[in-house]
Ligand binder design. Structure first.
Ligand SMILES: *[C@@H]1O[C@H](CO)[C@@H](O)[C@H](O)[C@H]1NC(C)=O
Ligand SMILES: *[C@@H]1O[C@H](CO)[C@@H](O)[C@H](O)[C@H]1NC(C)=O
Ligand SMILES: *[C@@H]1O[C@H](CO)[C@@H](O)[C@H](O)[C@H]1NC(C)=O
Length: 263
């Protein structure tokens, strides 16, 4: 059932991708970037749409920044920052920047979609922060293969880490993740520290697994040419970290008998 609905979602996404194009030999089916011109999107550690205005401000401040202004969001959008999730920004506004409208995104408009000043500051949304000096881990990876490591590996990773890796392979390719070492603080439900894998160009669609503990996850193979990895650590107890390798290969090289792993 879960696989079926995932496939439906992907079918929809694949149709959507036709509108995107090649850039530097890489087929981008999203120009979604995690960070652009100092602007970045954050959701609560508890998930999507969980932050009050006060909490949203605290998230940005904690990372040494501020709520993004409308002008900063628009500047980021103009270089391709596209996130289909509403967040608080400066002066109590809620909205999101998009460069392409979709079925559930933008109401047929593109630009900074601004819901206006929210009178109720207890409403819960994501947040858009601005910090020109923010130190991020992760990045957009377009190599055919790479080793991905938790920050500081083989040293223990730090507290309060938030990393996104976006793997973009060529059109028609698939990506295989192969875990080499894995040691992330363990708790039931992996709420404290975790690595999440999405079979998608963002951390909204295509959830493929959330991992913690010291059990080495099985290989994960994408259905398309993009994958997103997200690593979060909380304010206490760190562990050894993880190391994995990804390899992009022509889809035809994956035999029909490949297994897609879900956890
Ligand atoms: C404000 O929003 C919160 C969260 O959605 C809700 O629980 C509360 O009732 C709202 N308050 C008013 C005055 O509308
Ligand atoms: C993968 O596909 C591309 C384009 O179809 C082709 O040029 C390339 O030789 C293929 N690579 C392998 C290893 O089969
Ligand atoms: C999957 O198929 C390939 C080639 O088609 C074959 O070499 C391999 O042994 C198969 N693996 C399994 C687990 O059946």
């Amino acid at each position: 059932m879960r696989v079926f609905s995932l496939l439906c979602t992907l079918g929809f996404l694949l149709k959507e991708t036709q509108a995107w194009g090649f850039k530097n030999g890489i087929f981008h089916n999203s120009i979604w970037l995690e960070q652009a011109a100092g602007v970045y999107h954050r959701e609560s550690r508890k998930g999507r749409y969980q932050l009050t205005y006060k909490e949203a401000k605290a998230v940005c401040k904690y990372e040494g920044g501020n709520l993004a202004t409308y002008e900063q969001l628009e500047a980021a959008r103009q270089i391709g920052f596209h996130v289909c999730a509403a967040g608080w920004f400066d002066r109590g506004h809620v909205g999101y920047p998009i460069v392409k409208s979709g079925a559930n995104c933008g109401f047929g408009k593109i630009g900074v979609i601004d819901y206006g000043v929210r009178r109720n500051k207890s409403e819960r949304w994501d947040v858009y922060c601005y910090n020109p000096d923010s130190k991020e881990c992760g990045g957009v990876l377009t190599d055919q293969q790479r080793i991905i490591q938790s920050p500081g590996f083989p040293e223990e990773y730090q507290d309060q880490q938030i990393c996104y890796w976006h793997i973009r392979a060529r059109l028609g390719q698939r990506i295989r993740l192969h875990f080499l070492e894995f040691d992330v603080e363990e708790d039931t439900g992996c709420l404290a520290d975790y690595l999440e894998v999405y079979d998608s160009y963002d951390d909204v669609a295509g959830f493929a697994g959330r991992f913690c503990g010291d059990y080495l996850p099985d290989d994960i193979v994408s259905t398309g040419n993009v994958m997103t990895l997200k690593f979060l650590s909380d304010a206490s107890v760190t562990a050894g970290g993880f190391q994995l390798q990804y390899i992009a290969s022509n889809a035809s090289l994956f035999s029909h008998n490949y297994t897609h792993y879900f956890h």
